[in-house]
Design a binder for this molecule. Structure first.
Ligand code: ZN
Length: 318
């Protein structure tokens, strides 16, 4: 159903979008309690409410985004981090990104958390700088000798444009209501010929559930597939250098091969035997060495089997 009454797409600005579903925040709060043992206080819940939020797909760039965009504030995040989630110490895209950073580069990372990535490139860069709004994480970065600003990137870009060879934002875009403004700020900070490195969760990943609470507002406001990076390049007037999809883990590729066997056998053999047979089949069809070879050859993407994350590189025209 095309719904022209929605807000414009936060990436490309198109005003036509289809409504894919409605997410009720009451279900999100309940899922946090059940899946993450995280209970939010009444004042956080009251701020966002229990009501429905529409998940829309842009008619032009096909970004999926939540309308209205209920961005998580510091109250929401301090309770989320007290509960279930933590910054990850290493991520798949950090390796992809590190390969693109030449010695002596000036690097700015936006939303750097506790700085796992910046620390890994610190010694071989001529300067590294973090923009991080979480004051606890910012203190840790300072203690590691990394220059930090707690300003919003849009304000920062206005006063200090064109200062970085590489600007990184890993797992940030999906949290941002003003996608276009955020991306434009990154493009302002990078010098001509420099690169923006981005990562976001891939909505086409294996076993994505509609009600993963962390994939809904207020935590995530948009869901991405590889195609939207073409729109990012158009919006910014930059060249899209590459989009890479993280391959699925051994666990998920086996689970995908297990499921049809389990479903088919369950009515005949019962759940327990069906599960055993499913596991055995998956191990035979996807031994560890085969998984490693398919990862090395980049073969999962051609089968439409994706892991969690996508990594994209855009270059500012010189
Ligand atoms: Zn769009």
């Amino acid at each position: 159903m095309l719904d022209s009454s929605s807000n414009p797409c936060p990436l490309c600005g198109a005003s036509s979008a289809a409504t894919l579903s409605q997410v009720h925040l009451s279900d999100v709060w309940q899922a946090y309690a059940e899946q993450w043992a995280t209970a939010f206080s009444d004042d956080v819940i009251a701020k966002y409410g229990d009501g429905p939020v529409a998940l829309r797909r842009c008619g032009r760039c096909e970004l999926d985004w939540f309308d209205p965009a209920l961005e998580g504030d510091s109250g929401f995040y301090s309770q989320l981090f007290t509960g279930g989630i933590a910054y990850e110490t290493w991520r798949w895209e950090f390796d992809q990104a590190a390969q693109r950073i030449v010695d002596g580069a000036r690097v700015v990372e936006v939303g750097s958390g506790e700085g796992a990535f910046l620390r890994s490139v610190l010694r071989r860069c001529s300067s590294v700088e973090a923009l991080e709004k979480n004051p606890d994480a910012a203190d840790l970065l300072r203690a590691a000798g990394i220059k930090v600003s707690e300003d919003d990137v849009r304000a920062d870009a206005l006063v200090r444009p064109a200062r970085a060879d590489v600007v990184c934002a890993f797992q940030v875009l999906e949290h941002v209501a003003d996608v276009r403004g955020f991306l434009s700020a990154l493009a302002t900070i990078v010098v001509p010929g420099g690169e923006i490195l981005l990562s976001v969760p891939n909505r086409e990943r294996l076993f994505r559930q509609d009600l993963e609470p962390n994939d809904c507002p207020p935590h995530h406001l948009s869901r991405w597939s590889p195609r939207q990076f073409t729109a990012v390049a158009e919006v910014l007037g930059m060249d899209l250098v590459l989009v890479e999809c993280q391959p699925p883990s051994l666990y998920y590729t086996r689970a995908a091969r297990q499921r049809p066997v389990r479903m088919a056998l369950r009515p005949v053999t019962g759940a327990w035997m069906a599960q055993l047979a499913g596991r055995a089949t998956a191990r035979v069809r996807m031994p560890e060495r085969r998984h490693a070879r398919l990862v090395a050859e980049g073969r999962f993407a051609s089968r439409g089997e994706y892991g969690h994350t996508m990594f994209a590189v855009l270059r500012r025209r010189g």
